[in-house]
Design a protein around this ligand. Structure first.
Ligand SMILES: Cc1cc2nc3c(=O)[nH]c(=O)nc-3n(C[C@H](O)[C@H](O)[C@H](O)COP(=O)(O)OP(=O)(O)OC[C@H]3O[C@@H](n4cnc5c(N)ncnc54)[C@H](O)[C@@H]3O)c2cc1C
Length: 307
């Protein structure tokens, strides 16, 4: 049958590429379907410092290309195609792309969860030049500097705590009056002498020449507009899991992440979830790649047991 594989992997980020590497090395016929030429959110990053093995860091595009070639080397196929529809509840899963249809007994979903954007002036242009989404990846750039953290949830609280140990001053800016975090966490934030909270503050723009120099804020209470000087800002509004296509088939949590633990097993037999798209504690390149390996191994086990 045309386009019949052992494993179809949806999404070509670190999760998908590492699943393809492990599947191909296990002698399985695997394909990665990726809508972009080179996949993965990390292609937008000019320097990745927290992926082991690169002592001077590596740019995201090079890392993605290396991951892709590493899987191709063992026979995994890479196809540029956008998946538009999936039928995952039957023994042979059907994955419909914009270009072709693919079939396999096992599917690995690795479509990621890109960060929520603020959608304000300067955000896109200054990405990597004072605008960041992941404190764990860029915190060391702000040693003894002033940095803003934008958001009112746990991700923002964790980023502020992390940065408070590195930066001189952390400005935690959020739109509502209260943060949506548990009281114990709130007390810890208050105990940190270098975290200042700016509640009821709406971000209007990132001001910059070559690098962000301040953020423009409007007070929700009286409409006053002012600029908060800072050396950089972290937007911590959570992720947007790319799971719309799977809704109604694969079980999701209330935020839309695929419900799966470290085994990557989902509610559907033969369907596995790897990387940022699944419920997990720590999202990033390393943990996505680790998931890909586990998912491929679980898929292999499923194929062997079901024939
Ligand atoms: C600017 C930036 C910098 C970052 N820097 C770091 C860093 O330094 N260190 C770090 O650990 N993490 C960093 N991250 C986060 C990191 O990139 C992600 O955690 C990681 O890429 C998650 O891998 P993944 O494989 O789960 O998903 P992703 O990398 O998001 O890959 C998912 C892929 O699926 C594809 N896809 C989605 N839907 C479809 C569809 N319907 N059909 C076909 N393809 C589809 C997407 O195009 C995407 O390429 C950064 C993220 C950004 C945005």
């Amino acid at each position: 049958m045309a386009n019949m594989y052992d494993i179809v992997i949806v999404g070509g980020g670190p999760g998908g590429y590492s699943a393809a590497l492990y599947a191909a090395r296990a002698g399985l016929h695997a394909v990665v379907l990726e809508k972009q030429r080179i996949g993965g959110q990390a292609v937008q990053s000019e320097n990745i410092e927290n992926y082991p093995g690169f002592d001077a860091g590596i740019d995201g595009l090079s890392l993605s290309e290396k991951m892709q070639r590493g899987a191709e080397r063992f026979g995994a196929e890479m196809v540029t195609d956008e998946v538009c529809r999936v039928r995952l509840m039957q023994p042979v899963k059907i994955i419909e792309g914009a270009k072709q249809t693919y079939r396999a007994p096992a599917v690995i979903l690795a479509t990621g969860a890109p960060p929520k954007k603020l959608g304000v002036q300067g955000e896109e242009e200054m990405l990597g030049r004072g605008v960041h989404y992941y404190a764990a990846c860029r915190s060391m750039m702000y040693k003894r500097k002033t940095v803003a953290v934008i958001g009112d949830g746990e991700q923002a609280a964790e980023a502020a705590m992390l940065l408070s140990r590195i930066a001189k001053r952390v400005c935690l800016v959020h739109r509502g009056i209260r943060m949506q975090i548990n009281p114990a966490y709130m007390n810890k934030l208050k105990m940190m002498g270098n975290i200042e909270r700016y509640a009821g503050s709406r971000i209007l723009a990132f001001l910059h020449t070559n690098w962000v120099s301040s953020i423009r804020i409007r007070e929700e209470r009286d409409g006053e507009i002012w600029n908060l000087p800072c050396d950089g800002a972290f937007i911590c509004l959570g992720g947007v899991p790319e799971t719309g296509l799977f809704r109604g088939q694969v079980a999701l949590d209330e935020q839309g992440y695929i419900l799966a633990n470290e085994t990557t097993i989902t509610n559907l037999t033969g369907v596995f979830a790897a990387g940022d798209v699944r419920t997990k504690l720590l999202r990033g390149i390393l943990t996505a790649a680790a998931d890909g390996a586990v998912a491929a191994q679980q898929a292999e086990r499923y194929i062997v047991e079901s024939i």
